[in-house]
Design a protein around this ligand. Structure first.
Ligand code: SF4
Ligand code: SF4
Length: 354
């Protein structure tokens, strides 16, 4: 039995069918609003408020927008002001219980990164208020051609951060009680369920997309590739659309705009998601741009994921969700870039030894 199996076997678990999972959603809806993956197009998925448990998609590759949209909305009014009497007011951010159902482990891991980023230095109170009473029910998934979370140290069956976890098996799911909160949530649901005492064994999952080094070695690779030719290689095909930033689970950069109404008296300060791959991101007064080239912007994006914040937080800030690779309009893959950087680093090491 490996360490992960040992950990999973310590939790109380129940064997339930897919129909039971939908009954569980109905049960949870009586406790708090439930958000879960829904179809939002032929092959597209989105987290939405659950109206009917039958609408929830249990097995899906990934949602287009990450779960961060609930805690850091794409657009948010931070304050309303009045220029005439020099006053302002802040919209109230409710601290409410919400249940997020059917969440993948990389998504939960991304919130751990955002928790870190928003509690360092000046604490981001709006994010913290929205995050405070959130409850999470995880679910296992089948990796597709873009997932690579295993390469960044996050197993599909990682339960950290979840209150309950659903692990797919041949006949349905194992329902695992992870926390006391999770256990309480099952009051009134599990009365007819008997804990399953059979030893749980994990089926090996195959990730098609992989990084060829162990994740512990990645930050040190980035100590040597700042001047790599790899940045130019990808800059030649990148169109600078910023999709990779805007859909990223862990990106949190934003722009602040003050907008004044036509009465020249009232206005609002609004925060919008922003991304370092967009040309205007590092532009300053006078039209100067600190990262005017796509090569520089690509390098900055990768260093933010594997080096800069990692040095302080001791966590890689890429969780391997694969959104950036999957939705890139020109097919640039995160694992291809990192593997090319590793190859370039190895070449350089060989040359230095000669
Ligand atoms: S999504 Fe692709 S094309 Fe768009 S900025 Fe990112 S790497 Fe470039
Ligand atoms: S960099 Fe790409 S794979 Fe990594 S967390 Fe962001 S979107 Fe996901």
């Amino acid at each position: 039995m490996n360490a992960l199996e040992e950990k999973l076997n310590r939790f109380v678990k129940y064997r339930i069918s897919e129909e039971d999972v939908r009954l569980l959603i109905d049960h949870l809806k009586q406790k708090a609003p439930v958000y879960a993956p829904h179809n939002s197009g032929e092959a597209s998925f989105s987290y939405e408020l659950v109206e009917k448990s039958t609408d929830v998609v249990l097995q899906y590759p990934r949602t287009m927008q990450p779960i961060k949209k609930f805690f850091l909305p794409p657009k948010e009014v931070l304050l309303n002001f009045n220029i005439k009497d020099n006053t302002y007011s802040k919209p109230e951010v409710p601290e409410e219980t919400r249940i997020f159902f059917g969440i993948h482990s990389y998504e939960m891991a991304s919130l751990k990164r955002l928790d870190y980023s928003f509690t360092q230095g000046h604490r981001e109170s709006n994010y913290i208020s929205r995050r405070k009473y959130a409850i999470f029910v995880g679910i296992s998934y089948e990796p597709d051609e873009s997932h690579f979370s295993k390469s960044v140290g996050i197993d599909v069956e990682e339960t950290e951060g979840f209150d309950l976890f659903l692990l797919k098996n041949d006949t349905g799911y194992f329902l695992l009680e992870i926390t006391e909160t999770g256990k309480k949530l099952l009051d009134g649901y599990k009365e007819n369920l008997v804990p399953d005492r059979e030893e749980l064994k994990l089926e090996p999952l195959r990730f098609k997309s992989k990084i060829k080094y162990h994740h512990n070695r990645l930050p040190s690779v980035f100590d040597h590739v700042y001047k790599s030719k790899v940045w130019e290689k990808y800059a030649e095909i990148c169109v600078g659309c910023g999709t990779c930033n805007l859909l990223c689970s862990t990106c949190y950069c934003f722009d602040i705009r003050d907008e004044v109404e036509l009465d020249a008296e009232h206005g609002s300060r609004t925060r919008y998601w922003d991304g370092c791959m967009l040309n205007t991101f590092a532009e300053v007064a006078g039209g100067e741009n600190f990262r005017g080239s796509l090569a520089r912007r690509t390098r900055h994006r990768l260093y933010r994921k594997f080096r800069y914040i990692t040095a302080k937080s001791e966590m890689l800030h890429c969780v391997g969700c694969g959104r950036c690779s999957h939705y890139c309009p020109v097919g640039i893959s995160m694992t291809d870039i990192v593997n090319d950087l590793i190859a370039d680093h190895e070449e350089k090491q060989k040359r230095e030894k000669i």
